[in-house]
Structure formats: C-alpha cells, structure tokens
Design a binder for this molecule. Structure first.
Ligand SMILES: [Zn+2]
Length: 65
C-alpha cells in the first residue's frame, strides 16, 4: 500500500488554506483558484505556517527524558 501521509495543503490564498492559518497573498493567488504564473507558481509568503513552515519550530520536544 502506498503511503498517503503527506496530504497536500490547500492552494495558497484559498479559503481552506486561510482557515489553516495561511498568510499567503490572496489576491496574488487568485484566492486559491489558480496559480498566477507559471502554472504551478503559487505566491508563497515566507513564514506562512501552511506553505512555508519552519523546519525547527518544535521547541517543546526537548528535555522530557
Ligand atoms: Zn500559505
């Protein structure tokens, strides 16, 4: 069975993405309906928790053992 564990986040700027905390530009992404350009060139805002999550954003997993 193939793993289907990494679900794609909703399109940047879409209502669903914003509901998850997306901070990408909505207008520049046509409100998540289609990418501006190139065809997969979504406008990702740096630091968006949905589309540009920080790799080291887990400070709570330390020092428990
Ligand atoms: Zn986003």
């Amino acid at each position: 069975m193939p793993k289907t564990e990494a679900p794609k986040p909703p399109n940047p700027g879409s209502d669903a993405a914003v509901a998850l905390g997306c901070t990408c530009a909505r207008m520049d992404n046509n409100h998540g309906r289609f990418a501006p350009w190139p065809p997969d060139g979504w406008w990702i805002t740096a630091g968006c928790p949905v589309h540009d999550p920080k790799p080291e954003a887990a400070p709570q997993t330390k020092g428990d053992r």
